[in-house]
Design a protein around this ligand. Structure first.
Ligand SMILES: NC(=O)c1ccc[n+]([C@@H]2O[C@H](COP(=O)([O-])OP(=O)(O)OC[C@H]3O[C@@H](n4cnc5c(N)ncnc54)[C@H](OP(=O)(O)O)[C@@H]3O)[C@@H](O)[C@H]2O)c1
Ligand SMILES: [Zn+2]
Ligand SMILES: [Zn+2]
Length: 352
């Protein structure tokens, strides 16, 4: 074991602060990574504040962060995919059993024995896993990705969660040329959703509560922008969408979006608000509509998404911040005030 510098939430109500955590020394299949950038996902905030206590109660201290890009500093003797000095990335998963039917189908995100990057039991240390708000991390090479050289590392970091979480359901539900696709919420996930839906050839409509984001949405690839609080603008799109991806982090009226689906259309939730959403049965019955959900993506699919991003030159639009601004960044996330992902420059941790 060795000591790593990190930022942790000491409790649900206290700000994140500098701390030291124990990491394992790399075993034979492990890669040790010096973390250069880590994106801030709204899930980090939900988890740090124990807003998902019913499903995944938080163990403190909690070191969030699952959008990690860094440089390989050490490899175990059996590692074949990486060498020291490579750029590498880690997302939301750091382990799975590798033997269950889900793993065998490359769907590790559904493995009953998956281990998330933070706040999950850590078999190596006996504690919980600690995420990317840290100077380094040690991960089994099976869960480490190659980052295309042409992508800026600060903007590539958010691909590990915001990227795959929007890419995976679009592939699963067949987003392609000729489909009318809605994206709800222009935050970290939403702006990646707009980029992917556009790159896949769909007609993209972005729904936002923030009129000031309209020009950005068009620049990011939306064909149309609807201010969701304007009932007239919403009504114009009634019954017309093949697929809507809902990336909203807080309570909102999803019936308003179910009404916009065409027959057999699908509304997929990727947003994970603290409180349950109210669904009117009638919005589903009339039109035989589906309401679905999707978590992150598998390991092979995440690498595929990264390669797709390399080919199409897609990365997140980021505001790079020092780790000392993380609490301020959380407050801004709650105000929907981020353009469009915070990416922490981890060199700032060295100055503490
Ligand atoms: N399924 C998964 O595997 C997965 C993975 C990552 C994250 N998530 C979840 O996805 C959600 C979004 O994450 P994120 O990191 O993209 O968050 P984010 O950057 O904070 O973006 C959320 C966006 O939702 C909209 N919004 C916020 N409050 C709203 C409200 N009260 N009513 C309507 N719209 C509202 C805002 O967009 P506008 O300003 O455009 O309205 C905001 O920018 C979170 O709940 C997160 O935990 C799920
Ligand atoms: Zn995330
Ligand atoms: Zn499994």
């Amino acid at each position: 074991m060795y000591n790593a510098k990190a930022y942790a939430a000491p409790s649900a109500t206290s700000p994140l602060a500098s701390t030291t955590i124990a990491r394992r020394d790399p075993t034979e299949n492990d890669v040790q990574i010096e973390i250069l950038f880590c994106g801030i996902c709204h899930s980090d905030l939900h988890q740090a504040r124990n807003e998902w206590s019913g499903v995944m109660p938080t163990v403190y201290p909690c070191v969030p962060g699952h959008e990690i890009v860094g440089r390989v500093t050490k490899i175990g003797s059996a590692v074949t995919k990486f060498k020291v000095g490579d750029t590498a990335s880690v997302g939301c998963l750091v382990d799975s059993d590798g033997t269950c039917p889900e793993c065998k189908q490359f769907l590790e995100q559904f493995c009953p024995n998956l281990i998330l990057t933070y706040n999950f039991p850590d078999k190596h240390t006996g504690g919980v896993t600690y995420g990317g708000y840290s100077d380094s991390i040690v991960v089994d090479e099976r869960f480490v990705f190659r980052v295309p050289d042409n992508l800026d590392p600060a903007g590539a970091a958010p691909l590990q969660c915001a990227g795959i979480t929007t890419y995976s359901p679009m592939h699963h539900w067949g987003v392609t040329t000729g489909k009318k696709v809605g994206i709800v919420g222009l935050g970290g996930l939403g702006h990646m959703g707009v980029k992917f839906a556009h790159a896949l050839g769909a007609h993209v409509v972005l729904f936002t509560t923030s009129p000031g984001k309209k020009d950005d949405a068009l620049r990011l690839g939306a064909d149309e922008v609807v201010i969701s609080r304007n009932a007239d603008e919403m009504t114009k799109h009634a019954g017309s969408f093949d697929f809507i991806l809902d990336a909203v982090s807080a309570d909102h009226d999803i019936n308003a979006y179910l009404g916009l689906l065409r027959r057999d259309g699908n509304l997929c939730l990727v947003g994970a608000p603290e409180k349950p959403l109210a669904v009117s049965a009638f919005y589903l019955l009339f039109g035989r509509k589906s309401l679905s959900g999707s978590p992150i993506g598998g390991i092979a699919e995440t690498q595929e998404m990264l390669d797709f991003c390399g080919k199409h030159n897609i990365a997140a639009d980021v505001e790079v911040i020092p780790i000392q601004k993380v609490n301020e960044a959380y407050e801004r996330l709650l105000r929907a005030d981020v353009k469009y992902r915070f990416s922490i420059d981890m060199a700032s941790l060295k100055s503490k």
